[in-house]
Design a protein around this ligand. Sequence first.
Ligand code: F6P
Length: 556
Amino acid sequence: MASSSLICETRIWKDLRAHVEDIKETHLRELMSDTERCKSMMVEFDGILLDYSRQRANLDTLNKLYNLAEAAHLKEKIRRMFNGERINSTENRPVLHIALRAPRDSVINSDGKNVIPDVWQVLDKIRDFSERVRSGTWVGATGKVLKDVIAIGIGGSFLGPLFVHTALQTDPEAIEFAQGRQLRFLANVDPIDVARNIAGLNPETTLVVVVSKTFTTAETMLNARTLREWISAALGPQAVAKHMVAVSTNLTLVEKFGIDPNNAFAFWDWVGGRYSVCSAVGVLPLSLQYGFLVVEKFLKGASSIDQHFYSAPFEKNLPVLLGLLSVWNVSFLGYPARAILPYSQALEKFAPHIQQVSMESNGKGVSIDGVPLPYETGEIDFGEPGTNGQHSFYQLIHQGRVIPCDFIGVVKSQKPVYLKGEMVSNHDELMSNFFAQPDALAYGKTAEQLLNENVPQPLIPHKTFSGNRPSLSLLLPSLNAYSIGQLLAIYEHRIAVEGFVWGINSFDQWGVELGKSLATQVRKQLHASRKKGEPVEGFNFSTTTMLTRYLEESAD
Ligand code: F6P
């Protein structure tokens, strides 16, 4: 395929389009009755079991998808990513988040330089700093131990660390190391978020970590200035040096802000914001909370999947299989959304994180060469932990639109509860739903079955479930630092696979810029109107009306 040609122009894409008709003829009930097919659709790696037998696909579909991967040069693209080539062409950057979790003795080159020593230099610095803070060697301005941490950041500088923190919060091993410590996240520029974050905290015992790749993001910088003021007002401006540190690629701006560059933790422009949780962005706050050794296990889990992704054959490769099946669902079966449904409350922030990784990566309208795409890319990702979601939006998934679902289950609960006299443990109760839902979606319930149950005729259409709704299931042995790292990397690479096949650049995000620049225009107007009484000018009728009303009604 020449670099400017589109994947939809290939013979295999057309072949897959035609194949949709074959698949349409077969209900999942029939597909599920073929045990050999189901057997071949279960893949295990490093303790994680993937069952994709409830996808609307047969072995022929899979073979065609492997051919599609070949036509899209998937192997070559993965190799180029791991080799540090500048595959993020619109920003002229390599994409090397895999280097953030690579073992100390590995070699990963970018522009002919091995990046691993730099990665480990920062990791060692984090280990040293977090141990000093945790042990009370590094104390606040009044000599008190810094037991509370507020991490300020937004988007990729927030969602990944929040997901991992939420998942570790109930992990027995991690809890041991978190005794007496708190980690909070301040993301939104809404002053309510600041108020919630500082509620009940004492600046004397609080360390603020400002996390921003660029150190220019409006929300983060305003929140950082607000907390700098909070510390200064309580402890004096000299206290900032002891109470504020930073994570950024832009150490010049960190210093300009007033944070000692010695107290800054670097990362590199080859780490995309939404792929940065394994850099100091996540590792610093999480190490402060749980200790570096716990976080190192998280990195090892992610690294195990990186190796697997790089070397496993496609038929056994978890991220590749997941990515190809997503392409099948979106581009061929025409399902635009994907529900991420972890049956684990500890994973409640997983869907919001993956939502950013996926939608910011793959929501594109042109190919990597800038050619407008005649097909949609990306999917609408959303999700909630089961069973909460079942009492919320599952109605639509069962009888309304078809939304492919990812069910994620965990064998051993982080917090088992066995109540005397109950039929099953609380975790078994949760998992009963994890096992039941995929079959409910796949098999549905026919009018005939309802008649046999003596359901009154008028209710039959309402109680019928068409079934034939695809899902896949991932079963993790337990939820701990290591498996959280595995899960993260599986999804990161799955999203890359989708983007590689669609022929887009999954590593830029130009679509977020327009709103930012229009907000700058509005900010200037608000300032001019409030300070100098200038009228609202230069906006359309709608915005002018709304802005004027806002200014009038919020005036002191
Ligand atoms: O909203 C876009 C974005 O650039 C994300 O990609 C990024 O993760 C986030 O803003 C925060 O950026 P920064 O880490 O530079 O503050």
